[in-house]
Each structure stands twice: as structure tokens, then as C-alpha cells.
Design a binder for this molecule. Structure first.
Ligand code: SAH
Length: 367
């Protein structure tokens, strides 16, 4: 009951999204189905349709009686994501989708098809509270955390489109998922870990993806990195470093005032030790800000000898930002400085720039 004076019809209402089958592990799904007065095994059957066959059309679930389908769909499969807009580039092999959530919040996901893999870049929060000045998502602040099911359904939406042959290049499967859309995944830890489990557990529990194909990217929330190392889900950890020195990183990644470069890297090496996974260091090259030769040398000093790979990202333009990508010669010198020291490095192919779908450009406008 609303309290007297409470605004009952405040809109959009921010609240927990409705419960969804994808929020639950298999045992909890069976319990929920039993609570609806149905045999527990119906939960496994519907999960196999949803995750194994990627079928979201109850009319196709011929192994489940029609009445049970209706009951389960109404109680446990609410529509969480409604597409507002989909735009593509790269001849239809890069597709950005803007989704509206139950409460009106907007998030984005990007599907990128390459000759040898398909990567889904997904959001873990509506907005972001980390406030990095070069990132469009950070500028509007945090709206709310996504639920496990809201995260998983972004991947499933892409998987269904691919399976149906709706993406240029014919029918296919998602091989990689990167938590590099909107939000700081480790600030929404429980929902993100739940979503990762749904992605890697085999059907009917989950999608059966390889943990190696999943990357969780963070600004460097040290206690959460250490916790992630204990979960037994060996996903790739990406750390958005962007500067090797605290003085500059304090300004580019404000959470650095809480956890310094050295602490973040210590946690990253502990993660590599625990999982035997190579840690990815993300470094957006910003002209005359963080791209000097001496910073490349300092970065190499910090990384040399560790299980690491550096991803240099030419800065993508964002509205109102005074910063721009490094000059080609400075980028080349930066790469060479790391290579000379034997630090593995690649320059990221930044897909989707022209549709504002590249790193740091996701701001979820509907225009
Ligand atoms: N909050 C997480 C997940 C976002 S991932 C994180 O920061 O890691 C998005 C990646 O793109 C991060 O490495 C982020 O620092 C980077 N990025 C943000 N804005 C960018 C921009 N304008 N150009 C290039 N990379 C950017």
C-alpha cells in the first residue's frame, strides 16, 4: 500500500524488473514452476527451448502442453527488453540495438560479426556511475543496475537474430561476450556473476558458452576483482588502465583516487594467477594526454613479465569532449615501445564508430 502523499504514478518508475526464468538457477526454476501448480520438469523443458533451441515462441514448444506454456510465459517470461531502435554499419555485420527496459530506462548492446567470430558487447547497468570524462556513458550518471535476466536477454536477443539468419553473413552463433557496453560490471557484481553463470553453464541451465570467450571489463574495483578470482568462472578480465601513473589516472578514471594503479595491477596479477587467464589492459590513446613515449615506457615497466595483453583503443569521439585520438605516428611509437620490451600489444579495431556504437560512445538516445 502506498503511504499517504506518496506519488503513486511517478513515471518512469524505477524498480526491480519482474522476475524472469533467466534470473534463476535450474533448481529455483523448478521450484517456481512447482509453485505455479505444474510439474518441476516443465522448467527444464522450457529452459531447453529458451536456451538450447533459442526459441522464444511458445507455439513451437511442442513438448509442453499449451496450458502449461501459457502459465509459465505469464509468470516467468515477462518481456524485459523492448527494441527501440536498431542501426547497423559494416554492411550489416555490426548492429547496435537500443533497448527499453520495463521502467523506461534505456540500454544498448552491439553485435559485431567478424570472419572467425561473433562478439556481443552488452550492458550491465543503465548509465554508469564511474564518471570517466572521455566516456559518453559516464556523462549522464547511473540510472540503475540491470538484473541477471536483463543482461542474459541481451545475449539471447543477439543469439536468436543470428540463429534465424537475420544478420548479414547467414545463420551463426555467438562466440564471444564482452561486458564493455554501458555500466561498470563489477559495481553490479551479483547480477553480472549470475549472468556469466547462465552464459557458461550447459543447457538447460545456460547457453553453454566457453568462459574463455567472455570478458569482464572494469575500471579497477579491487575488492571485486579479488572476489571474481574465487568464483571458479575463468572469464577474461580486462582492466581499463588508460594511464600508468596515478597523477594522470586520477583524472581519467576517477575511481583511481580510491584504488591506485599499483593496487589495481596487484589484483589483476592475482586474478591471472588464480585463473591462468591472460589479463587484458585497456588503454584508450588520447592525443597529447596519455600517449607520450615516456608513458609507454612506464607502462612497459609495470607490465613486463606478467600474463598480460595490451589493447590500445584509438579514442572514439564523444559529444562535447575536447579530446581526440592520437596521431598515427604517436600510436605507432607507443606500440613499438611495448613490443621492444616484449609486452604483447594490439590496436583494437574500433567497430561501429559511425553509429555511436564503439567503446565509450554508448549513451542510449533514441534520436
Ligand atoms: N566500466 C567498464 C566497462 C566499460 S568498457 C570499464 O570501464 O572497463 C568500455 C571500454 O571502453 C573501457 O575500457 C573504457 O575505458 C573504454 N572507453 C570509454 N570511452 C572511450 C572512448 N571515448 N574511446 C575509446 N575507448 C573508450
Amino acid at each position: 500500500m502506498p503511504e499517504p502523499g506518496e506519488l503513486v504514478f511517478a513515471s518512469p518508475r524505477r524498480g526491480k524488473p519482474p522476475r524472469h526464468l533467466m534470473d534463476l538457477d535450474p533448481a529455483a526454476r523448478r521450484e517456481a514452476v512447482v509453485a505455479l501448480g505444474l510439474p518441476g520438469f516443465r522448467a527444464d523443458q522450457v529452459s531447453r527451448q529458451w536456451l538450447g533451441r533459442l526459441s522464444d515462441d511458445p507455439a513451437d514448444w511442442s513438448d509442453v502442453p499449451a496450458e502449461a506454456r501459457t502459465t509459465i510465459v505469464e509468470a516467468l517470461l515477462p518481456t524485459l527488453l523492448t527494441p527501440v531502435r536498431a542501426i547497423d554499419c559494416d554492411s550489416g555485420t555490426t548492429v547496435k540495438t537500443v533497448w527499453r527496459l520495463h521502467d523506461g530506462a534505456l540500454v544498448e548492446s552491439v553485435l559485431m560479426r567478424y570472419p572467425e567470430r561473433v562478439t556481443m558487447c552488452i550492458s550491465s547497468q543503465a548509465g554508469c556511475g564511474m564518471n570517466c570524462p572521455f566516456c559518453a556513458t559516464g556523462q549522464a550518471g547511473l540510472t540503475r543496475n540491470l538484473s541477471t535476466a536483463e543482461i542474459v536477454e541481451q545475449v539471447l536477443a543477439g543469439a536468436r537474430s543470428l540463429a534465424r539468419g537475420e544478420i548479414a553473413g547467414g545463420p551463426g552463433r555467438i562466440s564471444n561476450v564482452v561486458f564493455m557496453g554501458m555500466g561498470e560490471p563489477l559495481a553490479n557484481y551479483q547480477a553480472v556473476v549470475g549472468a556469466v553463470r547462465r552464459l557458461i553453464e550447459p543447457a538447460p541451465s545456460g547457453l553453454g558458452m566457453s568462459a574463455r570467450g567472455i570478458t569482464v571489463s572494469t575500471v579497477g574495483l579491487v575488492p571485486r576483482i579479488r572476489e571474481l578470482a574465487t568464483e571458479g568462472i575463468p572469464v577474461t578480465l580486462a582492466v581499463s588502465l588508460h594511464a600508468p601513473d596515478d597523477e594522470l589516472r586520477d583524472t581519467l578514471v576517477p575511481v583511481n583516487t580510491r584504488w591506485k594503479v599499483a593496487e589495481v595491477l596487484d589484483a589483476a596479477w592475482a586474478y591471472a594467477d588464480a585463473t591462468h587467464r591472460r589479463v587484458s589492459i585497456e588503454y584508450a590513446l588520447i592525443k597529447d594526454v596519455n600517449d607520450q613515449a615516456w608513458r609507454a615506457d612506464l607502462l612497459a615497466d609495470l607490465l613486463v613479465g606478467h600474463l598480460v595483453h595490451v589493447n590500445l583503443i584509438p579514442l572514439n569521439p564523444t559529444p562535447g569532449s575536447k579530446w581526440t585520438a592520437s596521431r598515427p605516428e604517436d600510436e605507432r611509437a607507443f606500440v613499438r615501445a611495448l613490443e621492444r620490451r616484449g609486452v604483447p600489444v594490439t590496436v583494437r579495431d574500433t567497430r561501429g564508430r559511425e553509429i555511436d556504437g564503439a567503446c565509450g560512445q554508448l549513451a542510449a538516445t533514441t534520436s
